[in-house]
Structure formats: C-alpha cells, structure tokens
Design a binder for this molecule. Sequence first.
Ligand SMILES: Cc1cc2nc3c(=O)[nH]c(=O)nc-3n(C[C@H](O)[C@H](O)[C@H](O)COP(=O)(O)OP(=O)(O)OC[C@H]3O[C@@H](n4cnc5c(N)ncnc54)[C@H](O)[C@@H]3O)c2cc1C
Length: 535
Amino acid sequence: MAYDYIIVGGGPAGCVLANRLSADPSLKILLLEAGGGDWNPLFRMPAGFARMTKGVASWGWSTTPQKHLDGRVVSFTQAKIIGGGSSINAQLYTRGNAKDYDAWASDAGCKGWSYREVLPYFIKSEDNQRLVNAYHGYGGPMGVSYPINPPPISFAFLRAAQELGIPFNDDFNGAAQAGIGHYQLSTRNAERSSASSAFLKPIRGRKNLTVRLNAQVVKVEVEKGRAVGVTVARGNEMETLRADREVIVSCGAIGSPSLLQRSGIGPADALRSVGVSVVHDLPWVGANLQDHLDLYVIAECTGDHTYDRVARLHRTVWAGVQYLLFKTGPVTSTLFETGGFWYADKEARSPDIQFHLGLGTGIEAGVAHMKNPGVTLNSAFLRPRSRGTVRLASADPKAAPLIDPNYWADPYDRACAFKGLGLAREILRQPAMKRFVLAERMPGDNVKTEEELAQYAYRSCKTDYHPVGTCAMGAGPEAVVMPDLRLRGIEGLRVVDASVMPFLPSCNTAAPTFMVAEKAADMILGKPPLEAAKV
Ligand SMILES: Cc1cc2nc3c(=O)[nH]c(=O)nc-3n(C[C@H](O)[C@H](O)[C@H](O)COP(=O)(O)OP(=O)(O)OC[C@H]3O[C@@H](n4cnc5c(N)ncnc54)[C@H](O)[C@@H]3O)c2cc1C
C-alpha cells in the first residue's frame, strides 16, 4: 500500500505532523515509531518522570568518553516510545528567548523563523489553563498549566533568589524571560499532556492515518535523487513502504542524523568508514550537535520538606492512592516545577543560565541518594559554544550511535557553567532557605578551588536531554535542510524535529520542537504562514 506521507518517528514532531497532515482526509498518512505504546499509567502521572530517565522507554544510549570532562561517559537518555521525549520528560514548558529565534533568522538565514513569525505557532498548540494574551492562548491540543500545589520549600527558593537580586517572573514565556518563578508545565488536570495524548489520542478514529508501533525504520529509500519510501524492520524481516509525496524524518536530534547516515546521506568519508554506500554526500549531517550540560547542588534539608519523604514504600503507596482517588498529592508534581533564568555572563544578550529546583534527590539517573531528605538545584549554561557530532558506530541499525556532544570544548562554556553553579550555591545559602536547608552536601563546603570544582563537575555533570542542531536548517553551506525543512539535494525528503534547530534555544526543548512541527505542517500542506505576532 502506498501512502502520501510517511512520517518516521512518533515523538513531539512526528505526532504533531500526524495530526495536522491527516486533518486533510484526502491524504494518506503513515506514522512509524520504533518504540511501543504509552499504556502504562506512569506515563500519565506527572511524577512518573522520575522513573523514566532511568531507562524505561528509552534507547539506553550514552555519550562517547568526553575529552573535556576527563573522559567521563555521560548517560544520554532519549525516548523510544510513542510521544517520544514528551512521554518521558519533566514536562517543563519553556519557549526560550525572543532573541533565540531572531538569531535563527538573522545569523543562520532561516527566513520566516524570527520570534514574531514563530510565536503564533507556539500559541497554536497551546491550551493554557490560565493565560490568554499576546503570548498565550487556549483551545489547542496541548494542556499547559502551572504546578498544582508546590511545597513551601519552593516558595522559600523564590524568596531566596530574590534576596540574591533575581526578580520574580510569573511567565517565562511572556514579555520577559529573566527571573525566578514557577514553570508552566505541559500538563492538564494533573496529567501529562504528551504529544501522544494531546495530538494522537483525540484523532484515533481518522481512517486516513495509520500509526505503527515497534516499527524501526532502518533506511530511507532513494531512487534517482528522490526519497520514495522507507524500509522497516519487523523482527528479522524487512518491509519496504512507499511514499508518493514525501518521507518526513522526525527521529529526534540523535535518531534523525543516524537514520540519514544509515541511508547513505551524510559525510561521505564517515559513511565509507563504517561500510555504508554513499547516496548523497552531505557533510553537515550529524555535525553541529549542541546540548545543555547540567551541574547541580544538593543540600540536606532540616526536615521532610521535599518528596524524598515519599520514597518509603508505605508513603509511595499512599501517594499513588491519593493521586488515583483525588488527583492530589506528590504524584501531581513533575518534581522540577520551580526555577528560572539568569545571567552567568553579565554581557550576555539574554539570560544564559537556567535553574531547575528538584524537589528531592536521586530523582534522575546518576544522582546518588542521600540518607536524609534533600533538595537539588540544577544549573545549566544555555548557549554553549561547543559543537559535537552524531556518527554511526557501524552500519548495523541495532548498534548505538556515537554521540559526542564535545561538552566544554570551548572554555567559555565551562567558565559560564561554573558561574551558574556558583549562583545556585549562593541561592541555597540565602536567609530565606535557613528554615529548610541544613547544609550543602554536594559539591560540599570543602569544594572551593577551580580544580576541586572541575573534579566535582567531571564526576557529577549530567545532560538536560536537549540535543539539537544535527540536521540544522539555514541558507548557508552548513545547512542540512533549507528553511522549508527540505533536505538539500534530495527531493521528497524533509527533516522535522529538534535536529533542525540551528542554535539551541535558551530553554528546555520540547515546546520549541512542537512549534517547529506546527510550522512545518503548514509548509508541507502549502498553507500560507500564520500572521506574524505584533509583540
Ligand atoms: C528524560 C528527558 C527529560 C526531558 N525534559 C524536558 C522537559 O522537562 N521540558 C522540555 O521542554 N524538554 C525536555 N526534554 C527534551 C524534549 O523532550 C525533546 O526536546 C523533544 O522530545 C524532542 O522531540 P523530537 O520530536 O525532536 O524527538 P524525540 O522526542 O526524540 O522523538 C523521536 C522519536 O522517534 C523515534 N525514532 C527514532 N529513530 C527511529 C527510527 N529509525 N524509526 C522509527 N522511529 C524512530 C524515537 O523512538 C522517538 O520516539 C527532555 C528529554 C528527555 C529525554
């Protein structure tokens, strides 16, 4: 059977496209997702996130040894499930800074992608439970709401940051990004609003949309310079499916460059070195990898102020019951609900540090549990200058790709990261935290010198899971896709996902990915762009 469009990858981008393209009943759409379904109730529970970074529904990847992190291998969870990252992420809904998108347009030549032009596409997806104004709307598929019941320690954190001179901000996605506050979350009625639940479930009955799970695409088929379909692995069998109009690759910033390279589209030398025949030499496929690296402070609390208290079995059971019966309690929390944006470099054009207050310790993979309840404050440098790569380890589709974010290759990134960590330590030492915080435990008061900090960072740094840029759009020779997201040099092939972002936005990357896909859908359908916002 032939389809009009085959979408490869059912993450945020793939689900948005499946919804928007299949709204035209004359089109036959196929969505292929390598992972399985999101039937497990943990995917719906906001706090279910805590279980997800530890390998459930993920590809199980790690980085290559990081040269500038003393050889550290960093665990690099990427989703393998319908809904992609939006089914397992912390549900923080942040859009970044207006200047991020203006730089896409002015510095990368992405015509049509300035802030005023992309803002209507953020709003198109949005069903904001509280805000309606020039920046927000309601009625879109994706629920956006504020935390339901943040515990007192998170309000103390807000006060502490203000004591340090960081102003309160009630809407990081509004007129100004800088400041400290509660995040908006992609949740609705105390449930995760994932790409799957928001964009696929409501259209389950559409006859012109086929969704196939556990279907890993191993190759994009190209004939005479045109993508004509894909080959899917079904156990040991291979099946080729045809697309009459386009193949759309939406496998994420690691998956998309991997699939393209496996299909012979990428840097010729790298392809040959792993035995892949070159179909189209495109050197920048898999280059330009950017990611947010996170450093954190862990403090021991004076009492049961965070959700560490729920870790004991009887309390976990009670929290589950409370959630199922009343939709209240710890399970309604995404565990990272409070934070903000501030400056490491005072000359920076917009905030370059993001804080996430973690309501406990050991929330994420690689972060050790403490004996007593604790609180975590993450800080990430937002606009890294380092650039890395995604390359194939072998032609075997089962082999993990070589993910090299090349963290801290540029010393500016390291310097800003240390400033961010310093700010995080300072916030937790402010008077407002005294009632809640006993003492800093990590890095710990004895870690002071640059070398001591570096050793701590090498041991404990983690990714914020925000890879982008590996199939970057633009107008110059480094672009993999053009501003309409068509792949340069091959007909009938687009890339639509986080990989096309030329520069990493100064925020978590799900909302920008939804925006990219909303805009792409209009371009694919030949619709005129939404009218630019007047902000
Ligand atoms: C643990 C974690 C926490 C995060 N927290 C946040 C957060 O709180 N807020 C936020 O804004 N962002 C967060 N992010 C980032 C955000 O989720 C991603 O930016 C976003 O999901 C990117 O969407 P995507 O569509 O580009 O790719 P993905 O979400 O990676 O989806 C790609 C999909 O394609 C599938 N796929 C890959 N290869 C193939 C293939 N060959 N064949 C078929 N299918 C394939 C994958 O299985 C996956 O489901 C987090 C990410 C992770 C992993």
